[in-house]
Design a protein around this ligand. Structure first.
Ligand code: SF4
Length: 347
């Protein structure tokens, strides 16, 4: 049976990080409640009882939602989909936005995996990125979340940043390993046009990141994590104790997911879908939606693109090549592409 994944986009942040080009807004916190109601409406409109094995609250800063708002969203998912009892339910959290007493209510709401924004253990780098948390807050967030019963924590790290030395990188890596997460993602900085960091590099106020040095950092990363007992299961992701990110595996295997929320992307029923970007427009669209749009669209869908079988096969191969444990197997293709087409291919 093919299981579905749900991506729920929460497009609110307290401040914008200097490298960030995501669809998020720093001046619209007053919309959060109406946004949650709109998200629940979209879940109702697209729910057909399909079995769901992963739910991912991404952003933005999903930890700006209250635990009761998260519980309301998950209850709506449970009413309109068949949410598997063992489903992986991830919340991206900013260590600066969560108070110690908030973790247990998030756990009670059904969240069982946390992805904590961290990026660096160098205070100067956190300032350069305008991350709105301190290192102490990261350590405290990990401790408090564990005490509240979270046993599946992921940390994000970033390397290849302007002015970052190998010594800085080793320090951030060691700091992350000391926190003993089950999962770690590490990405080389991508300077996105229009971001503050991109402008500072373009104007010569910051040095251009050194690709050779970033490659050296990646080598150190793979060695350090292997030494610490992590398995590299994707080119930028590591896990211990087989705590792979099941939600992300759905993307890398090119399997179906619904993208719900402002600016969210989905891939389902052979179509890629994109929602309207701005939260206030998203809320307006959903508040007037009486249903009747062809599945998998709603009044908040901005565009759809039908993916041909050939393109789907190409994408399955390209994303599958990122996987280093699960790999790309011939057995995975019928799952992603459908048995009938594989039969037609004579496989
Ligand atoms: S917390 Fe994440 S989504 Fe928000 S501004 Fe920073 S990088 Fe962007």
């Amino acid at each position: 049976m093919q299981f579905l994944s749900l991506y729920l986009h929460i497009p609110f942040c307290r401040t914008r990080c200097t490298y960030c080009a995501f669809n998020t807004y720093t001046d619209q916190a007053d919309l959060i409640n109406a946004y949650v109601q709109a998200l629940c409406m979209e879940i109702r409109l697209l729910g057909r009882g399909d079995p769901v094995h992963t739910v991912y609250f991404g952003g933005g800063t999903p930890s700006l939602l209250s635990a009761s708002q998260v519980a309301q969203i998950l209850a709506t998912v449970g009413q309109h989909f068949s949410l598997l009892p063992e489903a992986e339910i991830t919340l991206e959290a900013n260590p600066g936005t969560v108070r110690p007493g908030d973790w247990a209510p998030f756990r009670a709401a059904g969240v069982n995996r946390l992805s904590l924004g961290f990026q660096s253990a160098i205070a100067g780098e956190l300032a350069l990125f305008a991350r709105d948390h301190t290192l102490d807050e990261v350590t405290r967030a990990v401790e408090d979340a564990r005490s509240a019963g979270f046993d599946n924590l992921s940390l994000d790290l970033m390397y290849g940043t302007p002015g970052q030395s190998l010594k800085d990188w080793r320090h951030s890596l060691a700091f992350a390993l000391d926190l003993a997460p089950q999962h770690l993602s590490a990405y080389a900085l991508s300077l996105e046009p229009g971001t503050s960091l991109w402008r500072q590099v373009r104007d010569g106020r910051l040095p251009t990141p050194d690709d050779e040095l970033a490659a050296e950092m990646y080598t150190e990363l793979t060695e350090a994590l292997a030494g610490a007992g992590f398995v590299q299961y994707e080119i930028s992701n590591w896990a211990r104790g087989e705590r792979y990110a099941c939600h992300n595996l759905q993307y890398w295997r090119n399997l179906p997911y619904l993208g719900l929320g402002a600016g969210a992307h989905g891939y389902i029923a052979g179509q890629r879908t994109v929602n309207v970007m701005r939260p206030e427009i998203y809320i307006r669209c959903l508040s007037g939606d009486q249903g009747g749009y062809p599945y998998p669209t709603t009044a908040a869908t901005q565009s759809t693109e039908r993916i041909s079988r050939e393109d789907a096969m190409f994408e399955t191969i390209m994303t599958g090549l990122r996987l280093m444990v699960h790999g790309l197997s011939e057995a995975a293709l019928p799952l992603a592409l459908g048995k009938a087409w594989m039969n037609a291919m004579g496989r």
